[in-house]
Design a binder for this molecule. Structure first.
Ligand code: GDP
Length: 296
């Protein structure tokens, strides 16, 4: 994962700052410039990088520190704190409870890994003792139902969909109703994606959401899309009440900045990351251990 490179660069910037004989404004400015460069290279957008830098500066405020204060530790703490803040919007995402029926709707562009991720998510909770089920409300892409069916069968998860029905709202409602009756406690609705953000997609998402009243809307984003991540995430946030993000393809060339940008744009936490094409290639995302690991 190229994210490790970002962590490495930030860790090196901090090590250089700590190694300086005297930590003054110049050393702090050099350290912050180095960190900013690393974030920009990782595709974090300029505005976010600017905010991070400004926040660290205002937290550290070297002039106001009493003599004898450990400046190095204060700077290190501020940097780690800001990285965590960037990745943690401050409010946790909804988590399903066993035995209590929840509806979780997945949204995202075509190719982002949405359908694969629905099954990974279902499988994750099945292992925790839930009874999940999958509903394919994607009537736009030919073969979408077959794909979901194949994935679901492989993971032994009940599924619902139709080859003939073209109304995604109708399928979503029928599927949710059926699995509620069957006492499934986690009903996952896969919606259709399009090649690009367009009004029809967002209208369909709104209608499916209104009809199924999901407890959580998860935005699935391809981690390798770089700078485009912020706008894409924001567009989805504006049309659906996105409550959590899953970033896929973090095993490939993803620089990680996309994940940071998606959090900034949606003010929603990243809850999992996808690390491969197969069902177990899925990791819980926890900010603090992630940042600690990132910095080595
Ligand atoms: P959808 O159009 O958004 O439903 O996307 P799909 O679930 O069909 O996934 C598109 C492609 O991305 C497929 O080839 C998946 O196997 C692949 N894919 C999904 N998630 C990951 C991931 O985390 N890592 C990798 N390497 N490939 C993934």
């Amino acid at each position: 994962m190229v994210l490790a490179q970002l962590g490495g660069s930030i860790a090196r910037a901090l090590a250089r700052m700590k190694g300086a004989t005297v930590v003054d404004e110049k050393v702090l400015a050099e350290c912050l410039n180095e960190i900013s460069r690393a974030l920009l290279q990782a595709d974090v957008r300029f505005e976010t990088v600017h905010d991070v830098k400004a926040n660290i500066k205002s937290i550290v405020n070297l002039d106001a520190l009493a003599a004898g204060t450990d400046k190095r530790r204060i700077i290190q703490k501020a940097v780690v704190g800001e990285l965590c803040r960037m990745l943690d919007p401050g409010k946790p995402a909804f988590t399903p409870s066993k035995g209590k029926p929840s509806v979780v709707m997945f949204v995202g562009l075509q190719g982002s890994g949405k359908t694969t991720t629905c099954t990974k998510y279902a499988d994750y909770y099945r292992r925790k003792g839930f009874s999940p089920a999958l509903v394919c409300a994607d009537t736009f892409r030919a073969g979408a139902f077959d794909q979901l069916k194949q994935n679901a069968s492989k993971a032994k998860i009940p599924f619902y969909g139709s080859y003939n029905e073209s109304d995604p709202v109708k399928i979503a409602v029928e599927g949710v109703d059926r699995f509620r009756k069957e006492k499934c406690d986690l009903i996952i609705v896969d919606t259709s994606g399009r090649h690009k953000q367009e009004a029809a997609l967002f209208e369909e998402m709104r209608q499916v959401s209104e009809a199924t009243k999901p407890d959580l809307v998860i935005f699935v984003m391809d981690g390798s899309i770089g700078q485009a991540a912020f706008d894409q995430a924001q567009a989805f946030k504006q049309s659906a009440s996105v409550g959590a993000v899953i970033v896929t393809k973090m095993d490939g060339h993803a620089k990680g900045g996309g994940a940071l940008s998606a959090v900034a744009a949606t003010r929603s936490p990243v809850i999992f990351i996808g690390t491969g094409e197969h069902i177990p290639d899925f990791e819980v995302f926890d900010v603090k251990p992630f940042v600690s690991r990132l910095l080595g």
